[in-house]
Design a protein around this ligand. Structure first.
Ligand code: ATP
Ligand code: MG
Length: 628
């Protein structure tokens, strides 16, 4: 049943009851009213008639007395007229009473008696006023004689009877009045009771409706609060009936069911994604771990768990991961500034002992960003480079050993060639001289190569013997320039030092920096045509570091080769006839990096090239590099 129908139906008995009560009350009131009216009207008419009848009777009686008091002609006529007139009045009132008998049978009988008396009275009156009647006879007529009651006696009897009629009518009126009062009181009590019942019924219906309507609404409200407040999606609302509220409860339950399905599928998807992520990182043999923005470990594959002793925390309140010292700052950078840490050189490896052997890892730290750019955490990957490092070491050692072993016999060969060319051991034919000159050039080139290789090998050995001393940058440049001046002069290339602003001292291994500057200067001379210039300058950066620049007006380096000039054995093809190994700039890079400096190259083909070396200043207090 629909709610509207139910409300309407609940009010229906109320309306019916009200109608019934109203009708009954109305009818009752109307009935008592008319009955009382009728009774009062009829009785009142009788009472009035008796009053008037009595009055007429009195007048007739006085007409007799008047006629007895004197016997003149006029008085006689006047008395008779009075009698006649009041007789008519009397008769009329009697007729009224006769036709208005209400109290049977008492009144009937009284009226009959009155009629007899009335007729008797009339007969006596007519005889009294008969013209032939003598005065003495009249007295007897009026007073009566023993055995005859006379006019006066009849008069008295009529009075008694009419008084009786008057009395019973009055009595009847009083009874009617009491009756009416009684009925009214009864009706009042009935109405009161009905009204009380009606009020009780109204309350009953209202209570029923409120319970029917408010109960389900309250249940839905409570369930909605439970869902909104604490996500209790398992709340069901009881469904009573199929009315609008029942439909509401049903829809509500359908909604929570749908939400449950939705949440479960979301949870499933999340769990699946989590498992996939875990399986993915587990499939790598390198240690991988993921930390949340608060630095707690969220995921870690078995190698990471074994090596670093970490385990996923699984909550937002667990302890933070304490990374090994070298990773502390890069990790904080990744989480706070979303900076990627990806070193490439073996000098930034971290070592861990695991299973009794020392292993070397190249760490990588990458921030994890949401599409909106928020930091979701950071991924830490430790690439196991133990083998590569050993191989690299082995290669360097091999090169160093081979170079070293080659150098001694080669030096003897070069010396022998020189001695032969000086002809101190005997004259040479021109053909022999030509061959020996070729051999000398070859051995010189070989020796230069071996020197370069040895220098590189020395640089790559673990830094132990490197000692830094304070040096004046301008002085270093001047010294390097003097070393190559004769070569420059031979090639007609101008070599100049500019910029005399005071610069801070720098911390250097003077021999190695000298070697690096020498390599750059030799390149500049080689790749600059006669008539060109090479300018050396020292200056300081805004942050206090020192910059050394070497600029030439040579052939320049094409843009596509610029990124490779510092690579080992790299030479730009077809740029120069002169011999070279392509190791010069690689050594420069090694030396400068060992000084915690940077070297860059800017060049414009056909115009010239500039090399910039930035080095940290000497720190008085620590006697070492001044770090920023
Ligand atoms: P070596 O090992 O004997 O020095 P190299 O001079 O050829 O041999 P690098 O000094 O490493 O090797 O230089 C690499 C390459 O860069 C050179 O072959 C040359 O092509 C280019 N280059 C270096 N300096 C300059 C320069 N100042 N102007 C033009 N090209 C240059
Ligand atoms: Mg060179």
């Amino acid at each position: 049943m629909r709610l509207r129908t139910r409300i309407l139906l609940a009010f229906l008995p109320l309306v019916a009851l009200l109608t019934a009560l109203g009708t009954i009350g109305f009818a009752q009131l109307d009935r008592t009213g008319t009955r009382i009216d009728a009774i009062l009207e009829e009785n009142y008419a009788s009472v009035q008639a008796m009053f008037r009848l009595n009055e007429a009777l009195e007048r007739m009686d006085s007409s007799f007395q008047f006629a007895l008091s004197g016997r003149t002609q006029e008085k006689e006529a006047e008395a008779r007229n009075q009698f006649e007139a009041y007789w008519r009045a009397f008769e009329e009132q009697f007729r009224i009473e006769e036709s208005n008998v209400t109290i049977h049978p008492d009144e009937d009988e009284l009226v009959t008696r009155l009629r007899t008396l009335k007729d008797d009275y009339r007969r006596r009156g007519v005889r009294f006023f008969a013209p032939s009647r003598a005065q003495t006879g009249r007295h007897a007529d009026y007073e009566g004689t023993p055995g005859d009651r006379g006019l006066l006696g009849t008069f008295r009897e009529i009075k008694v009877v009419s008084g009786e009629i008057l009395r019973i009518n009055q009595q009847s009126m009083e009874r009617a009045r009491d009756d009416a009062r009684h009925t009214a009181r009864r009706a009042l009590v009935g109405f009161g009771i009905s009204l009380g019942a009606l009020v009780a019924l109204v309350f009953g219906i209202a209570w029923y409706l409120l319970r029917k309507i408010l109960g389900p609404i309250r249940a839905v409200t409570e369930a909605a609060q439970a869902i909104g407040g604490s996500g209790q999606l398992d709340r069901e609302v009881p469904v009573f009936g199929r009315d609008e509220l029942g439909q509401l409860a049903q829809s509500f339950n359908a909604m929570t069911a749908q939400l449950r399905v939705y949440r479960r599928s979301n949870l499933d998807r999340m769990v699946r994604a989590q498992r996939t992520a875990q399986a993915t990182i587990d499939s790598f043999s390198d240690p991988i771990l993921v930390v949340d923005p608060g630095g707690r470990v969220e995921l870690a594959n078995p190698p990471a768990q074994g090596l670093l002793g970490v385990a996923p925390v699984g909550s937002d309140t667990g302890p933070m991961w304490q990374p090994p010292d070298p990773l502390r700052v890069p990790l904080a950078d990744a989480l706070q500034a979303q900076r990627t840490y990806q070193p490439e050189g073996f000098d930034q490896v971290v070592s861990f002992r695991s299973g009794g052997e020392e292993r070397t890892y190249l760490p990588q730290i990458r921030p994890i960003r949401s599409p909106e750019g928020d930091t979701l955490g950071a991924a830490v990957v430790l690439n196991d480079v133990t083998r590569f490092r050993l191989l690299d070491q082995f290669k360097s050692d091999l090169v160093a050993t081979v170079s070293h072993e080659l150098k001694t016999p080669l030096t003897s060969v070069r010396l022998a060639v020189h001695v032969l060319l000086e002809e101190t051991v005997g004259p040479l034919t021109p053909k022999q001289t030509e061959l020996l000159l070729d051999a000398r050039d070859g051995s010189e080139r070989l020796l230069a190569l071996i020197d370069q290789l040895l220098a590189l090998a020395r640089l790559q050995r673990p830094r132990d013997e490197t000692t830094f001393t304070p040096a004046d940058p301008a002085e270093l440049l001047r010294h390097a320039a003097e070393e190559v001046r004769s070569r420059a002069t031979d090639k007609h290339v101008e070599l100049a030092l500019t910029g005399n602003e005071p610069t801070p001292l720098i911390a250097v291994d003077a021999t190695r920096i000298g070697q690096a500057l020498g390599n750059i200067l030799n390149n500049a001379i080689t790749y600059t045509a006669p008539g060109g210039r090479i300018i050396l300058a020292a200056g300081s950066e805004a942050d206090g570091r020192v910059v050394l620049t070497i600029t030439d007006t040579g052939v320049g380096i094409p843009a596509e080769h610029l990124p490779h000039v510092f690579d080992r054995f790299f030479r730009i093809p077809g740029q120069s006839d002169e011999a070279g190994t392509g190791l010069g700039l690689a050594i420069v890079k090694e030396v400068v990096t060992a000084h915690r400096g940077e070297v860059t190259c800017v060049s414009e083909p056909g115009k010239g090239t500039t090399f910039r070396i930035t080095l940290p200043a000497w720190d008085e207090r620590t006697g070492a590099h001044h770090d920023h």
